[in-house]
Design a protein around this ligand. Structure first.
Ligand code: SF4
Ligand code: SF4
Length: 141
C-alpha cells in the first residue's frame, strides 16, 4: 500500500494556493518555480490554476485525482502545501484534507488507513517477509 497522498491530489484542486512572492524568488532563497505562479497582489502570488474560479487545479498537480494524483514539484512546493496534513497521519484531524477528498468524491482518511499503511511498511521492510524463512530459520554456514 503506497502513501495515500500518492493516489489522491484532491487538496491540490480545491483551494487557492497563495503565499509570499519571495518563496518563488531564487535570489531570496525561494524554490517554487516562478513560472508556475501568478501575481495576486503586491505581497502574494498563487500557484497557477488556483488563483480564482470555481474549479481550481494547481498547474503542478500531475496525474488523475483519486488514481495517481500527485505533486509534480514536490521538493519545490510552497510552504502552504507543506503545512497541509493528511487526515490522521499524525493522529490529528485535517479539515483541508477532508474537504479536498469530499469535493472529489473520495472517502475521508481514517485512523485505520494509517494502521494498514504502517503495517504494510513494516512488512515491506522486513527482510524475512515473504522470503520463505521465518526470522529464526537456521542459515547455512
Ligand atoms: S487531500 Fe489529503 S490525502 Fe489527498 S493529497 Fe491532500 S493531504 Fe493527501
Ligand atoms: S504545488 Fe504541489 S502540493 Fe502544492 S497545490 Fe500544487 S500540486 Fe499540490
Amino acid at each position: 500500500m503506497q502513501h495515500p497522498c500518492l493516489s489522491c491530489g484532491a487538496c491540490c484542486a480545491c483551494f487557492r494556493v497563495s503565499f509570499h512572492w519571495s518563496e518563488s524568488d531564487p535570489d531570496l532563497g525561494g524554490i517554487v518555480p516562478a513560472e508556475l505562479t501568478v501575481k495576486l497582489d503586491p505581497h502574494r502570488v498563487a500557484m497557477r490554476g488556483t488563483e480564482g474560479g470555481p474549479t481550481p487545479r494547481c498547474v503542478a498537480l500531475a496525474g488523475t485525482i483519486g488514481v495517481d494524483g500527485h505533486c509534480g514539484i514536490y521538493p519545490q512546493r510552497p510552504s502552504v502545501c507543506r503545512e497541509v496534513e493528511p487526515a490522521w497521519e499524525f493522529d490529528r484531524a485535517s479539515p483541508q484534507c477532508d474537504k479536498g477528498r469530499l469535493r472529489h468524491g473520495l472517502e475521508p482518511l481514517t485512523p485505520e488507513v494509517w494502521i494498514e499503511y504502517r503495517r504494510n511498511l513494516v512488512a515491506d521492510n522486513d527482510p524475512n517477509h515473504e522470503s520463505g524463512h521465518p526470522p529464526t530459520a537456521p542459515r547455512a554456514a
